[in-house]
Design a protein around this ligand. Sequence first.
Ligand SMILES: *Cc1c(COP(=O)(O)O)cnc(C)c1O
Length: 241
Amino acid sequence: MQANIDEVQRRIAAACARAGRAPDSVRLLPVSKTVNDERLAMAYTCGLRLLGENKVQEAHRKAEAMAGLGDLQWSIIGHLQTNKAKVVAKFASEFQGLDSLRVAEALDRRLHVEGRSLDVFVQVNTSAEHSKYGLPPDEVESFIRALPAYTALRVRGLMTLAVFSSDASRVRPCFQRLRALRDRLRQDARPGVALDELSMGMSGDYEIAIEEGATIVRVGQAIFGARPLPDSYYWPTDTES
Ligand SMILES: *Cc1c(COP(=O)(O)O)cnc(C)c1O
């Protein structure tokens, strides 16, 4: 596992160098869905302190099991059902997948109950055919304008899943779209709404994402090994893969 982490970090640094960016301008978010508790403990030993998960129940169970480690934090990634907001508000430190005001409202209400706040990323559908989740790019501006009303949410940036393809010429435009959108919206962002972060890129495409401006890459399989289940299990509406 340590060798995999080192290799991913090395590739991140190399992609940054190619793009003329500082190596510390990209944060690695290791994605530990399906990884068992024993290997999570190993991940902690390897120095990982923030792990991404996209099934809330699984993440919450792991958070409870690992609570003794104290400084291990959890990022929920991908579309969230409104009825799961309550659980997310209890334990997550970050949520990458906000794509409806109903979810924003539910999270904000539960966060106030818990006396917590949450870093959030707005999910944008940059590939149209890939998934029904994420906002269409032309709806993001008005959506973000509504978010300051939810005072427990700290808007950090945008997140996307590129089209699921090994063809870089199809993947890259998704990342370019997210970056262009972020650059445009950042010009007149409200106080309290930061649009500095671009969360894009996974095991198969994170180097391309970095070349296109990613500040966070979400990497699972390149660190933890191949998952036994296909991604359609995690992204139920994925019709392409
Ligand atoms: C699983 C997942 C990832 C990581 O995918 P890998 O192929 O394991 O790198 C990134 N983002 C989201 C939303 C995911 O669900």
